[in-house]
Design a binder for this molecule. Structure first.
Ligand code: ZN
Ligand code: ZN
Length: 372
């Protein structure tokens, strides 16, 4: 059965409402972020300095929307709306929304992590005696368990990123710059159907030792290690992949093959542990142990992975300290890396989704290094 967007957002809003009492939350306020986009089945109004939030109580909904965006919002979601003009400001609309919800005395309020500070201050001024907390406790458990439609969208997005990696490798040769390859990756992802390029990093030579290098006009040299980490968005959902190549014409650093092999083993070890019932930290430990045993523990300087969905980084986070029990439908990266300062770095990044059988990789590209 194919769900309509309306039935999707009604189901999600009902699930959010149902989760509030157990969490002790009187009112949940979602700003124009991916949390709202999730709650409304893919729709969120334009976000800017104008106050805009969906207020959710266990029994009611109220959408505060600037009047210039109201027609658009009404065409997309059937929830009670409270609008205001630019010149009057949102205070009266917020008060009316709280009144309609019977929430003028709400004492525990959860707000979107990414709500603008100025909007949070308006809410706090409206409800001065309330205590405020973050919405993740109720939103993350719902968002992190993807349904079949969401996994299909992630798979389609992953295919566009695969195309981007292939295009970069095909174009890599001495003299081409990192930024030219970023353009090639972006064009290939768009050509493959991506609606947005979320990020594109191409790093060459010693730049690969910086996990978040900003690509620049550096030209590739023969024998350079090349790291491609790119992500797109398709049907609202993100992709994220990292693959490695060696620029042709000269052999790479003599230690390259060993580092790559260690990371391949770390990736497999983490994938094998990643299944419903395992803890996030156990997945991290599986990768970290392989790397530490090989003597590179000090050079794996980040967590093993992050969730992926409407946002490029979202729960669950695969860290050494996270006790979260993984569940079927969760989607996250497994991206062990080893970074040897001043020399080179290697990262192998897969996005996996979990079902009863374990972890399934979304990309169809091999992880082996490419020689150009
Ligand atoms: Zn990632
Ligand atoms: Zn990445």
């Amino acid at each position: 059965m194919v769900e309509t967007r309306e039935s999707t957002y009604q189901r999600r809003l009902a699930a959010l409402q149902a989760s509030l009492p157990a969490a002790g939350i009187d009112l949940l306020a979602l700003a124009v972020t991916d949390n709202l986009r999730y709650a409304l089945g893919g729709y969120a109004p334009t976000g800017d300095e104008r106050f805009c939030a969906l207020l959710i109580t266990p029994t009611g909904l109220a959408f505060i929307v600037p009047s210039l965006n109201a027609d658009q919002a009404r065409a997309n979601v059937a929830v009670p709306m409270h609008t205001y003009q630019d010149a009057e400001g949102p205070q009266a609309a917020i008060a009316a929304a709280l009144g309609a919800l019977g929430a003028t005395a709400a004492s525990t309020i959860a707000v979107d992590e990414e709500m603008r500070a100025d909007h949070l201050l308006v809410l706090q001024a409206t409800l001065p005696s309330a205590s405020f907390q973050l919405s993740g406790t109720v939103v993350a458990p719902l968002r992190s368990r993807k349904d079949a439609d969401e996994i299909a969208r992630l798979q389609a997005a992953a295919a566009t990123a695969d195309a981007g990696v292939e295009a970069v490798f095909a174009a890599s040769r001495p003299g081409v710059t990192e930024l030219e390859l970023v353009e090639i990756a972006s064009a290939a992802m768009r050509h493959a159907g991506a609606e947005e390029i979320v990020f594109a990093t191409v790093a060459a030579g010693p730049h690969t030792a910086l996990p978040h290098h900003h690509s620049d006009a550096t030209a590739l040299q023969a024998g350079d290690v090349l790291l491609v980490d790119i992500g797109s968005r398709l049907n609202g959902y993100c992709s994220d992949i990292t693959r490695m190549a060696i620029v042709g014409g000269a052999p790479p650093d003599a230690e390259y093959a060993r580092v790559h092999a260690v990371l391949e083993e770390a990736s497999r070890a983490a994938q094998a542990v990643a299944r419903p019932g395992a803890r996030a930290r156990e997945v991290d430990a599986a990768a970290r142990e392989v790397i530490a045993k090989a003597g590179y523990g000090d050079y794996f300087i980040h967590r093993t992975g992050h969730g992926l969905g409407l946002s490029i980084h979202e729960p669950p986070y695969i860290t050494s300290a996270d006790d979260l029990v993984l569940e079927s439908g969760m989607v996250f990266s497994i991206e062990p890396g080893i970074y040897l300062p001043g020399r080179f770095g290697v990262r192998l990044e897969e996005i996996v989704y979990l079902d009863a059988e374990g972890a399934h990789v979304l990309s169809t590209l091999p992880r082996a290094v490419r020689f150009g």
